[in-house]
Structure formats: structure tokens, C-alpha cells
Design a protein around this ligand. Sequence first.
Ligand SMILES: [Zn+2]
Ligand SMILES: [Zn+2]
Ligand SMILES: [Zn+2]
Length: 264
Amino acid sequence: MSTVEILGTAQDAGVPHLGCRCESCAAAREDPRRARYASAIRLEDAGRYLFDATPDVRFQTVDVPDGVFLTHAHLGHLTGLSYFGRESVDADELPVYATSGLGDVIRDNEPLRSLVRERNVELRAVADGDPVALETTSVTPIRVDHRESLPTGTLAYRLDGPNRSLLYVSDVDALTARVESLIRDVDVALVDGTFWSADEIGRVEAVPHPTVRSSMATLADVDTEVRFTHLNHTNPLVDPASDARERLESAGFRVAARGDVVEL
Ligand SMILES: [Zn+2]
Ligand SMILES: [Zn+2]
Ligand SMILES: [Zn+2]
């Protein structure tokens, strides 16, 4: 058997969010139990594998994992890789799986380049649809659209365990028919829930994500267990007592919670 543990459920910048004094951010500063770490999961097979290297990684895991699968090159998904370098745990050839484009960026640019030079990490290129076989779980990277401006690409991951399957799609521009079918095709899906509604922030066109409200309508009849993750600090779902949370749960969906474990 293999398991997946949810390690973080916030958009890249976390909750609290730098510069923000909204109710959720103020509450999280007041009580760290209400803070949310950036979105990440850990697969436990015979080894342990992180998906996303977040700036909160030192709170999310104790030991150096047996591998890290990167989704893309944005703040909340990549910068935690630095914690495997000399200034921190000084890892020894930690396998890091990424698109070849992202691998090139890491290899060619400081500060992450030092991780390769010092052999803290060993980059392994993954290709769209080409599964990586772990002990009992197969991990398939799937290219998804997320900001065309990011030339190194963005990956979702599908994990197939001995009994069940899980999709991790933390960042995507829209819930297209293709993404919808990826969700319908698994037992559990952890889905981009950055925004509840389109009026949440002033610059929503610059950071496209499917809103949870529209995803709830699209996915109303799915058999898949859908949990929303990657919540922005402005998303009312951050507050467990919100009306939005009530509406979501009564429609049969959930907000992903840190510490939740899914058996595959
Ligand atoms: Zn993100
Ligand atoms: Zn805030
Ligand atoms: Zn992103």
C-alpha cells in the first residue's frame, strides 16, 4: 500500500500573506494553527517523495525525502529546494524530477545551480505522460496550461497506487475538458482552488485560475472525491466557519487539510 499526506494547502505565498491585514491573515498571525503552508503533498511508498518544494518545507517534513517531484517554477513550488543545500541539510544526490526545461533553468542559474554543482540534488527529466515507476506507485507527469509566460512548463501528477489513484493539480489556468477528464478518471483529486470567485482580487485576469464556484458546477456529478487546495488568502474557504465552506461541503466537496492522509 502507499499513502499520500497533505502537507500544505495554500497558494504559493501562504496564509498569512505578506503585506495583508485581511481577517484570515490577521487570524493566522495571531494563531499559527490557522496558518496555511504552501500546497504540497508527500507520497509514502517504500520511500518518501515530496511533490512541490515549498518555502514552508522545513515545517512540512523532518527528514530528507527520497525524491522531489517539481510541478513548476513559481515561488511556492520551487524555492524550498534551497533547503536541501549546504546552508541547510546538505542533501546527498537527492533525486529531483522536473521538466527538462525547468531542469535546465536550475542547472544554469544561481542560487539553485549550486545544488547541482555540490551534488545536493540530481536532476531527472520527466516527460508528459511518461510514468516514473516507484516501488508500488506509478507517478505520471501531465503537462497542463498555467501561464503561457512560463516557458519551463507546468505539471500535474497522477499517482496510481495498488488500489486507488490520485491526481494532484495545484495550478491550472482553467478547468478545460481535458483537465475535467483527468479529474473524472481518478479516485481522489486535489484540485486548484485558488479563488472562490472571480471578484476576489483586482488582478484576477493576470493570474487565471478556475474559480471553486465554477469548478463545483462543472464537477457536480463526478464520482471522484474532490478536495480543493492551493487556496489564496482571499478565498473565504480559508475560514472553516465561512458560508462558502458550508456551501462547498453540502455540495459534497471538501477543502484539503494539512495532515489528511489518502490511501492508494
Ligand atoms: Zn502556485
Ligand atoms: Zn490576507
Ligand atoms: Zn504557479
